[in-house]
Design a protein around this ligand. Structure first.
Ligand code: MG
Ligand code: MG
Length: 248
């Protein structure tokens, strides 16, 4: 069931979104060679708590951390570990959620650590820009297929593929709500957006095949061909006169 949010819920999401934005900025700064992904997770947890907010992912469906940290061919849902040390040349995806007053926000960034290959750097840039290509068409009345098509066509015109098995989502009192928000689609198809819906738009794109697999830990999603993947996400409110990106 798709829900709309009232003004006080959107205001709480705006406040949570600002904390999430700052959490991710802090993590991006700290994502350098030599730090473990567990240390990054601890930094995020402590910062979110210091802001009197809730790390939305911690214990969500049993997830053991506040941030999903996925490296290179890992697409999403990587579990932070003290044994996973960030190294130059890695693409590190930081995906985090913050809640306040019973509502949540969700956002992700891809960090290029040190000198990454030109292919990885382009992948990260195209992923981020594909989100903004989607934003160019998103407003009240836009159909989901039109949004997905804008993202997909930009990604594919740059020679990369869009993950199909994982999609964006509605968000609010729960981290994952209806509707599904695919990063692919057919223009003019799918449900229409309406005012005061809040959705997480999150292109996940790959250098090679769009196919993905889940590792034996039951969480980590990896590309089927082992080639790199990038992720970029923000929580967005549809407003009467356009959109408001709540996590930027
Ligand atoms: Mg996310
Ligand atoms: Mg999400």
């Amino acid at each position: 069931m798709v829900t709309v949010k009232n003004a006080s819920q959107i205001d709480a999401m705006r406040r949570a979104g600002a904390i999430l934005r700052d959490t991710l900025s802090l993590l991006e700064e700290k994502t350098v060679a030599g730090i473990s992904t567990k240390e990054l997770d601890t930094i995020a947890y402590e910062y979110i708590k210091s802001q009197h907010a809730v790390p939305s992912f911690l214990h969500y469906d049993g997830f053991p951390a506040s941030v999903c940290i996925s490296v290179d061919e890992e697409v999403v849902h990587g579990i932070p570990s003290k044994h996973r040390i960030v190294q130059a040349g890695m693409l590190v995806k930081l995906d985090c959620g913050v809640g306040i007053d019973g509502v949540h926000t969700d956002a992700a960034r891809t960090v290029c650590v040190g000198n990454v290959s030109s292919e990885k750097r382009k992948l990260a840039e195209v992923c981020k820009q594909s989100f903004f290509e989607g934003m160019k068409v998103l407003k009240e009345g836009t159909r989901l297929g039109t949004l997905g098509h804008a993202i997909q066509s930009y990604v594919e015109s740059n020679g990369f593929s869009v993950v199909r098995d994982l999609v964006g989502h509605g968000i609010g009192t729960k981290v994952h709500e209806d509707p599904n928000v695919p990063n692919y689609g057919v223009e003019g198809r799918g449900m229409r957006m309406y005012s005061n819906m809040t959705i997480a738009v999150e292109p996940m794109i790959n250098v090679g095949t769009h196919e993905v697999e889940c590792l034996e830990d039951g969480w980590t999603i990896v590309t089927a061909d082992g080639k790199p993947s990038a992720h970029y996400e923000n929580t967005v409110a549809i407003t009467p006169d356009g959109i408001e990106i709540l996590t930027l």
